[in-house]
Design a protein around this ligand. Structure first.
Ligand code: PBG
Length: 328
């Protein structure tokens, strides 16, 4: 005779609903958005089917729609015109640059939408690196000085959170100190604390045309600053250091392949942990679904659920809008 029957709690949809441990809601998401110069532009990113680069006018429209769906935060990335790129990220500090105008556009469209901004030099770098290059190396301290000014510039334009995605050492402390000195004590920092040197960022680099260039004395990858996918303990160290330096939200990136890291970090920190389900993860699901090999919506929801179950408090995802439409 069986007394303990686990299947009793799986008998029908009602009982499954009331014992469910993890639920996806619009409040879980951060929506990444790609912005370009121009008017009335909505360009599909070839390696990210169904995802677009938007000009500021259409960005505003998109933000209104996202808000109406219950989504409350966006993460902005800009595609910088080639002629404005250099080695020092000068354009990143332009108070009237594309990012600074995009921040204002979002706030005009929907004042309560939280605006988070990417802070790293790669979209602005002629070399496609997250920092300043000298003699074949990515300089740490010179880069953090520029990144701090960049964060301040975003705060001045109205960003609610700055999100440094560069993995330089000491940048959170430097950024926090400058923001405090300048009176921006309410501007938060979401730190990409455990960001791996992953091959899953390919489609994103297509979207912004920001891949490292193939040239003499230019590092061919980002392994001297982003983390080695083989390392687990190091992710906890990186994250605890960012919290000490003043991060309000920490992040693990990519998502699905790094859920062990998410759980390790969730178990030791007491601030929100964001997870970035990156462009390559999006592209894989889209491609398999286009071929008819996977059920798009079911796989999308299963992956989002897995990320949250692993310990994510927030998920930056290109699926945010589709997922929220599906559950509403
Ligand atoms: C740039 C940045 C990258 C991503 C977010 N910010 C690419 C990189 O580090 O090369 C990747 C996001 C994605 O793949 O969706 N610092």
């Amino acid at each position: 005779m069986i007394i303990r029957r686990n299947r009793r709690l799986r008998t029908n949809d009602s009982i499954r609903s009331i014992v469910r441990e993890t639920i996806i809601s619009p409040n879980d998401f951060i929506v990444p958005l790609f912005v370009v110069e121009g008017k009335n532009i909505k360009e599909e990113i070839s390696s990210m089917p169904g995802y677009y680069r938007l000009s500021l006018d259409l960005l505003k429209k998109e933000v209104k729609e996202l808000w109406s769906l219950g989504l409350k935060s966006v993460l902005l990335f800009v595609k910088v015109p080639e002629n404005l790129k250099d080695n020092a990220g000068k354009e990143a500090l332009n108070p009237d640059g594309l990012m600074q105008r995009a921040i204002k556009a979002v706030k005009e469209a929907e004042p309560e939408m939280l605006v988070m901004t990417d802070v790293a030099l790669d979209p602005y770098s002629i070399y496609g690196h997250d920092g300043i290059i000298d003699a074949g190396k990515v300089l740490n301290d010179d880069t953090t000085a520029v990144l701090s000014e960049m964060a301040l510039s975003h705060a001045k334009a109205g960003a609610d959170f700055v999100a440094p995605s560069d993995m330089m050492d000491g940048r959170i402390f430097e950024m926090r100190s400058l923001l405090e000195d300048e009176g921006f004590y309410e501007t938060g920092i979401m730190s990409y604390s455990a960001k791996y040197a992953s091959a899953f960022y390919g489609p994103f680099r297509d979207a912004l045309d920001s891949a490292p260039v193939d040239a003499k004395d230019i590092p061919k990858d980002k392994k001297s600053y982003q983390m080695d996918p083989a390392n687990r303990e190091e992710a906890v160290k990186e994250t605890l250091m960012d919290i000490e330096e003043g991060a309000d939200i920490v992040m693990v990136k990519p998502g699905l392949c790094y859920l062990d890291i998410v759980r390790d970090i969730r178990n030791v920190v007491n601030i929100p942990v964001a997870v970035y389900q990156v462009s390559g993860e999006y592209a894989m699901i889209k491609a398999a679904a286009q071929k008819g090999w996977l059920d798009h919506d079911a796989v999308m929801m299963e992956q989002l659920l897995a990320i949250k179950r692993a310990g994510a408090s927030l998920i930056a995802s290109y699926f945010a809008k589709e997922a929220v439409k599906l559950i509403s």
